[in-house]
Write a protein that binds this ligand. Structure first.
Ligand code: 3HC
Length: 295
């Protein structure tokens, strides 16, 4: 089977740019597609900053940073990914958008090319079925911040061939990640357990169980988590979490996945967390200050 040499990444938001960074750092020629130069410029600046940090901390030799940056290219044309051996999709959680991109590439990509989605909660089967390569379709779910988090969930859906799954698993390992095998159920392993916890933390705020900083402090110091749940929500993005919760609620019809009203209100107000400057905390100050949500 063809060796993976060239990697395509669809979308260079928080996750796509992290995936592109680790692919280029691992030695793959990496082509990233997104809709505008402004978005690439932001992604490239983020990647440069992250690589510089890794060099500064002695986690990456300086020469590897330069080599990684040289292996990265950006485009607006999906067709520029046609020579890639694996294409990883990391656009917003919108099935129609994801399927349109996969369908555009399907007829152009080589027969051995694997299509992978970094979806957090959508069904891999629904994307695989939109293409003619259901046997060469997997989920590759990375975690934020991608350059630092070691886990990748490798998701096998009902049509994925054993050979594709094996290649995708080996590819995740070649990125320096620790892969785990997951079935194609909404949320896979991590979000199945993490999302209800994060939503419960918002419910705890709604019910006045404790203040936002105290809920965070309690879970950090009481359970040894690196971040409290409300800080983590700001980090992942409230809009992203809202979308994931909606998808998981539609799939399981279980109350624990239902987005709480406070989450919805905050997303409507644009309080999406770090990426918008404000969520539960205001990031214009260092250290961040608490946002007054009037509750
Ligand atoms: N690249 C390189 N370096 C980075 C970085 C990046 N993208 N992000 C952070 N760093 C650096 C920081 O700059 C910092 O460097 P410094 O010590 O020189 O200041 C260093 O890493 C450590 O960061 P922090 O000081 O902020 O402190 P932490 O020790 O808390 O580490 C963390 C940061 C790794 C993000 C840690 O807080 C953590 O593990 N948090 C939990 C993250 C998590 O749970 N992620 C999963 C989210 S769920 C998900 O992604 C799934 C999706 O489907 C929703």
């Amino acid at each position: 089977m063809t060796e993976i040499k060239r990697v395509g990444v669809l979308g260079c938001g928080l996750m796509g740019s992290g995936i592109a960074q680790v692919a280029a750092t691992a030695g793959y020629d990496t082509v990233v597609r997104d809709v505008s130069k402004e978005i690439w410029d932001r992604a490239r600046a983020g990647i440069e900053k992250s690589l510089a940090k890794l060099v500064e901390k002695g986690k990456l030799p300086a020469a590897n940073r330069e080599a990684a940056l040289k292996r990265l290219s950006f485009t607006t044309a999906t067709t520029d990914l046609k020579a890639c051996d694996i294409v990883i999709e990391a656009v917003t959680e919108d099935l129609a958008l994801k399927n349109a991109l996969f369908q555009e590439l399907d007829g152009l990509s080589g027969p051995a090319t694997i299509f992978a989605s970094n979806t957090s909660s959508l069904t891999i089967a629904a994307m695989a079925a939109a293409t003619k390569r259901g046997d060469r379709f997997v989920g590759l779910h990375f975690f934020n911040p991608v350059p630092l988090m070691p886990l990748v969930e490798v998701v096998r859906t009902v049509t994925t061939s054993a050979e594709t799954f094996r290649r995708a698993f080996a590819f995740a390992r070649s990125l320096g990640k620790e892969p785990v095998a997951a079935k194609d159920n909404s949320g896979f392993i991590v979000n199945l357990l993490l999302v209800p916890y994060l939503l419960d933390a918002i419910r705890a705020v709604e019910h006045g169980v404790a203040s936002v900083p105290d809920i965070d402090k309690a879970m950090q110091l009481g359970c040894g988590y690196p971040m409290g749940p409300l800080t983590l929500l700001d980090f992942v993005g409230l809009d992203t979490t809202y979308k994931i919760a909606e998808i998981m609620f539609a799939e399981y019809r279980e109350q624990r996945y239902a987005p709480p009203p406070l989450l919805k209100r905050m997303v409507i107000a644009g309080l999406n967390g770090r990426k918008s400057g404000k969520g539960f905390y205001d990031y214009s100050a260092d250290p961040p200050t608490l946002v007054d949500l009037g509750i």
